[in-house]
Design a protein around this ligand. Structure first.
Ligand code: FA5
Length: 342
């Protein structure tokens, strides 16, 4: 019987070296260790062996069984490692400079509209400013006339860092720094990402873009504000858009307005995006409050100015007919690429 065991060990070694795939290794496992396998057959044959040899042969067969099991799992592991190596090498050979075979990237619709707005405002003498996303309580609230216990803070809950700084809730957080940087007169627009702890729906995201604008000079009035808003909207939409101006309260402007546009998704009939009203709140605005000018180092007796906070993400929805704001943050290329070809 000992010869049989040794012969089987050799046969197994030969067959194992030829088993290059996990399927082949599995076949071997069944052929040797399965119910009808060769090693199992040897164990069953033990009952024919005389009592004096039984113990010794039993040990030999069990040793063979262990060897077969170990070698099989080593082989499986070696095949897996070789496959991994092959994949790594294939990835390293991937050449990012090769043509993509037709798939061309494009700008995000928000970037496209932001650039379009920047061009429009630059042509009217505005500078384009960049500002931080993490700001202090002073920049976001106090400097724009929203003291610590003011109820207007309830409308703009946000995400706070342990050091007391916060993710800015509106681009108005940059007003103070820009006034201090340029003084008066000034014309500036400053796009930026804003964050709010919001209940999400078709027109509310927790992360969205606004574009703020300020114009400060001698004798600036509400008619200047209305002129710039109208010019901006007709250039962006390239057609006439129904607009309504109604009183709105913001602590940093006096008087303040809500500028709404007729919902372009339903033509003003009412839908889930405009919550049935037919109007979309797009661009609150107003004449900059004396306290805000003063905090920015500008004398309100000498200068006046207007400010607006355009909902850039909402403008993109209206321009491209996007019914749900969440599509714009989804990263779904199929959804996004249909809006832009630039
Ligand atoms: C403000 O944020 C003011 N800072 C705007 C302002 C600036 C007023 C200067 C006066 C002078 P409001 O919270 O309404 O206001 O937001 C402005 C616009 O941002 C809204 O009209 C809307 O278009 C957009 N917006 C606000 N919250 C969200 C949100 N959660 N998701 C998407 N867009 C939003």
């Amino acid at each position: 019987m000992k010869e049989k065991i040794d012969a089987l060990r050799e046969q197994f070694s030969r067959e194992l070296s030829g088993a290059g795939t996990s399927e082949a290794v599995e076949k071997l496992r069944v052929a040797y260790l399965g119910k009808k396998g060769s090693v199992t057959a040897l164990l069953k044959g033990l009952k024919e062996v005389g009592a004096e040899q039984k113990k010794e042969m039993g040990q030999h067969i069990n040793q063979l069984k262990r060897q077969v099991e170990e070698k099989l799992s080593e082989q499986v592991e070696a095949i897996r490692a070789a496959e991994e190596q092959r994949q790594v090498e294939a990835a390293e050979q991937y050449d990012v400079t090769l043509p993509t075979g037709g798939a061309v990237g494009s700008y995000h619709p928000i970037t496209v509209v932001q650039r379009q707005l920047e061009e429009i405002f630059a042509s009217m003498g505005f500078t384009i400013e960049d500002y931080k996303e993490i700001v202090t309580d002073y920049q976001c609230f106090e400097a724009v006339n929203i003291p610590k216990d003011h109820p207007a803070r309830d409308m703009q809950d946000t995400y706070y860092l342990e050091n007391g700084q916060l993710l800015k809730t509106h681009t108005s957080a940059a007003q103070n720094a820009i006034m201090k940087k340029y003084g008066a007169p000034l014309r500036a627009v400053f796009p930026g990402r804003c964050f709010r702890n919001e209940a999400l729906d078709a027109s509310h995201e927790n992360t969205f873009f606004q574009m703020e604008g300020m114009m400060i000079d001698k004798n600036i009035s509400i008619s200047n504000l209305i002129y710039f808003m109208k010019t901006m909207l007709s250039e962006v939409f390239e057609r006439d858009i129904n607009v309504r101006l109604r009183p709105g309260f913001f602590p940093f402007v006096e008087p303040g307005f809500e500028l709404d546009i007729s919902c372009t998704l339903c033509g003003g009939e009412g839908c889930s995006t405009c919550k049935g009203s037919g109007w979309i709140e797009l661009c609150p605005c107003g004449m900059i409050h004396h306290n805000v000018l003063r905090a920015g180092g500008i004398d309100p007796e000498e200068y006046t100015g207007f400010a607006f906070g355009l909902g850039l993400t909402r403008l993109v929805m209206m321009k491209y007919g996007v019914g749900d704001i969440r599509d714009l943050n989804s990263g779904n290329l199929k959804a996004l690429s249909q809006f832009t070809h630039e």
